[in-house]
Design a protein around this ligand. Structure first.
Ligand code: NAD
Length: 287
């Protein structure tokens, strides 16, 4: 039997509808309109698309969004001044700096400068620490989106072996941290570029999560029959979007799988809206 498709588009839509309803409620209860400020430096075409999609999603859900466009040659000091201005602006609840930044800028210093209560990407060390300790303020959007998909799809995690391929601060590490939390209770292995015999490790996964950034890195023979496969990868190959998993091969081995596009991608944006609403609630004093 072919694998069941985990429909990220549909799950994301229901999250966005929920955020929209709760946003209206927050506005009518407190007058606070959740506001996301996005910062885009330069004109990387993929980043332009991501930022536009995020803005559109905010508007559709009734949140305010503003875009701060800066020239590719912007200095570190100028970008820090903008972050500071947004930190101090009581009408801004969430700040998002679109990555990657141009090479001459120090991303770590920029992300660290965002006020933790406005850090809706959840990249600030304070938010990472809170997440690791199981008392999150915000959850990083992509891993949180994956967790939501697993939950909505009623995929059992407790006691099962989850293998995460990739150890980035944005996806791999927080993904593993969420899977190991109490209540989720997976047994977690992280694979990375120096892992030996990665295929053998992957074949032991009940839940296999690929966040590698290499098109179709996960081949059919790396998947245990009946495993759940989550493909975080977004790779552009000849103008086509391709995941980190060989989808056609995986369909014949896995029990369920996320497609690319239409899987994890839409979830990431939905969770960003959720975090912006949470940030506005913090300001409004509503839990
Ligand atoms: P990254 O480049 O920061 O990290 C990739 C990780 O893969 C690294 O930790 C590295 O150790 C590991 N890796 C690289 N080569 C490997 C190999 N040969 N064997 C095993 N591991 C290897 O990337 P990232 O930011 O974590 O993103 C990963 C993928 O997910 C990319 O395709 C990216 O576009 C995509 N992504 C998607 C979303 C979404 O919303 N769906 C969000 C963020 C990233």
């Amino acid at each position: 039997m072919p694998a069941q498709i985990i429909d990220g588009k549909a799950i994301a839509e229901s999250v966005r509808n929920q955020v929209a309803a709760e946003t209206q409620q927050l506005i009518s209860d407190t007058g606070v309109l959740p506001h996301l400020a996005a910062v885009l430096v330069g004109n990387d075409p993929a980043s332009e698309v991501y930022v536009r999609n995020k803005e559109r999603a905010c508007q559709k859900a009734g949140l305010k969004s503003t875009l701060h466009r800066l020239d590719a040659a912007t200095t570190q000091a100028d970008l820090l001044v903008l972050i500071d201005t947004l930190n101090l602006d009581a009408g801004v609840h969430g700040i998002l700096v679109q990555l990657p930044l141009p090479k001459h800028l120090d991303s770590t210093q920029i992300l660290d400068a965002i006020l933790p209560t406005k850090d809706v990407d959840a990249f600030h060390p304070e938010n990472t620490g809170l997440m690791l300790q199981g008392r999150p303020r915000f959850l990083p959007c992509t891993p949180a989106g994956v967790m939501k998909m697993l939950q909505v799809s009623k995929i059992q995690t407790a006691g099962r072996h989850a293998v995460v391929i990739g150890r980035s601060d944005i996806v791999g590490k927080p993904m593993a941290a969420l899977l190991v939390q109490k209540g989720v209770d997976a047994t977690v292995t992280i694979c990375h570029s120096r892992t030996t015999d990665i295929g053998a490790v992957c074949r032991t996964a009940d839940i296999l999560i690929a966040a590698v950034g290499i098109p179709e890195f996960v081949t059919g023979d790396m998947i245990k029959p009946g495993a759940v496969v989550i493909d975080v990868g977004i790779n552009r190959v000849n103008e086509r979007l391709v995941g980190d998993v060989d989808f056609t091969a995986a369909m014949t081995v896995a029990s369920s799988i996320t497609p690319v596009p239409g899987g994890v991608g839409p979830m990431t944006i939905a969770m960003l809206l959720q975090n912006t609403l949470t940030a506005a609630r913090i300001v409004a004093g509503v839990s």
